[in-house]
Design a binder for this molecule. Structure first.
Ligand code: PEP
Ligand code: MN
Length: 270
């Protein structure tokens, strides 16, 4: 695909994650911390009316001294809880050696912002999901242009993995009142240049929970196909990204809060 010419791919759905006429919400904790924490947070996601739960087992932490995630133990917690609750799991893979293991336990594989330009990982993930029901959420790099982001997606699709969902998660700017700057114009631009679905992560963009719901509403209006938001059953105690996690009460109001905006865009929040 020559993105400068706006040539579209022919990929339109993501095996159930993204459906025409719908606005998909993925919610859940930044990190899988324990069975009890994940089952409580995932139960809230289910009760809020959503079908996809996020949770990291391998965490790309800025500091090597921060909690790095539970690894395989976390993945096992995710698949057990998803199986029990009838949810689908979204989790990040950082290392090509872990791709198979992650696919055993999760439906959707996230490639994080810090790995958007890890081309060998992109190729390996694309080849691994080819011909399977698995999909990929590809975060935009912290300083990647839209063209670089779309070309990163091409690495996955060219390797055979056509179920790619792009995710705008904020870029680095001079602004300090938010963790990153949510670039909603990039959502619209990406949707003009490709048929790949585009979702928004307002949690990492804002870095503060009070902005997450307004930015979610703005994302609906900006033609996004969905959201991935962080939520926690006890945000004060979250081991990672506590300041941006939505509490359960806010999660419960999310679907009804977004639906008027989605209705205006001809979509149903799912
Ligand atoms: C995450 O989703 O937990 C995460 C680390 O996201 P990003 O790669 O966008 O920073
Ligand atoms: Mn996080």
């Amino acid at each position: 695909m020559d993105v400068s010419q706006g040539v579209k791919t022919d990929v339109k759905t993501n095996n159930g994650m993204i459906q025409p006429g719908s606005f998909r919400v993925v919610a859940g904790p930044c990190t899988i911390e324990s069975y009890d924490q994940f089952v409580a947070s995932a139960t809230a996601v289910k009760q809020a009316g959503f079908e996809y739960v996020r949770g990291g087992a391998f965490k790309p932490r800025t500091s090597p001294y921060s909690f790095q995630g539970l690894g395989e133990e976390g993945l096992k917690i995710m698949s057990e809880v998803c199986g029990d609750l009838g949810l689908k799991g979204v989790t990040e893979v950082m290392d090509p050696y872990d791709i198979e293991m992650v696919m055993e336990h999760a439906q959707i594989i996230q490639i994080g912002a810090r790995n958007m330009a890890n081309f060998s990982l992109l190729k390996r993930v694309g080849a691994a999901i080819a011909g399977t029901d698995h999909g990929v959420v590809l975060k935009r790099g912290l300083s990647a242009t839209v063209e670089e982001w779309l070309l990163a997606a091409e690495y996955v699709t060219a390797a055979g993995g056509d179920n790619v969902v792009l995710c705008e998660r904020g870029i680095r700017t001079f602004e300090t009142s938010t963790r990153f700057t949510l670039d909603l114009s990039a959502v619209i631009v990406a949707k003009r240049l490709t048929d790949l679905p585009v979702i928004v992560d307002p949690s990492h963009a804002a870095g503060r929970r009070d902005l997450v719901i307004p930015l979610s509403k703005a994302s609906v209006a900006a033609e996004a196909d969905g959201l991935i938001v962080e939520s926690h059953h006890d945000p004060q105690e979250a081991l990672c990204d506590a300041e941006q996690a939505l509490p359960v009460e806010a999660l419960f109001g999310l679907k009804d809060g977004l639906q008027p905006f989605a209705t205006a865009m001809g979509r149903e929040v799912i």
